[in-house]
Design a protein around this ligand. Structure first.
Ligand SMILES: [Zn+2]
Length: 174
């Protein structure tokens, strides 16, 4: 098991548009399995490659903490083809610790992506599954949950993030 370090707000890789994987799937196979280990260790339900420092278009969706019957999915070069209906819900993010914010997302989406074996698939997702996919795809475009906040909320979040990382650094120093 290889657990990768999750980078947090302010790290440049989180704020840039990630590169397509294309045909060279071999180079991301190891990364996919490390990302699966990482999301499980963090008790998260989704993780995008930029969150572990790799600017490539790959995401993991793992709803098993909510329903153990659901197997984790690896999506390569995912695109949303259709969005239907909207709903607002609170979201958190492993890269934006201690911040929760309301985000309006489509309730249902149709997604196209490649699987680990290179085959292209299309599928429908709804509710939390659709929300996680949209959240993770935002990461591939350098967008974070605090980018949905208004000016005041965003400044407050930034202060909070600065404060918590200052405490963390102090804790490491001692
Ligand atoms: Zn996130």
């Amino acid at each position: 098991m290889a657990k990768l370090q999750i980078v947090t707000y302010g790290c440049p890789v989180l704020h840039r548009v990630a590169e397509p994987i294309g045909e060279d799937l071999g180079r991301v196979a190891g990364l996919a399995s490390d990302m699966l280990d990482t999301v499980k260790a963090a008790s998260g339900i989704g993780l995008a490659a930029p969150q572990v420092g790799y600017s490539v278009r790959m995401v993991i969706v793992d709803l098993s903490p909510i329903d153990s019957a659901i197997k984790p999915l690896v999506l390569l070069d995912p695109v949303i083809l259709e969005k239907q209906e909207e709903e607002t819900a609170l979201e958190g993010c492993l890269s934006v610790p201690d911040i929760e914010t309301e985000v309006k997302r489509a309730k249902r989406v149709v997604v196209r992506c490649k699987r680990g074996d290179g085959k292209s698939v299309e599928f429908k997702a709804e509710n939390l599954f659709a929300r996680v996919i949209q959240h993770e795809l935002d990461h591939l475009d350098g967008k974070l949950i605090i980018d949905y906040q208004n000016f005041l909320q965003k400044n407050l979040s930034r202060l909070k993030l600065k404060f918590s990382s200052a405490i963390k650094n102090e804790a490491h120093a001692t």
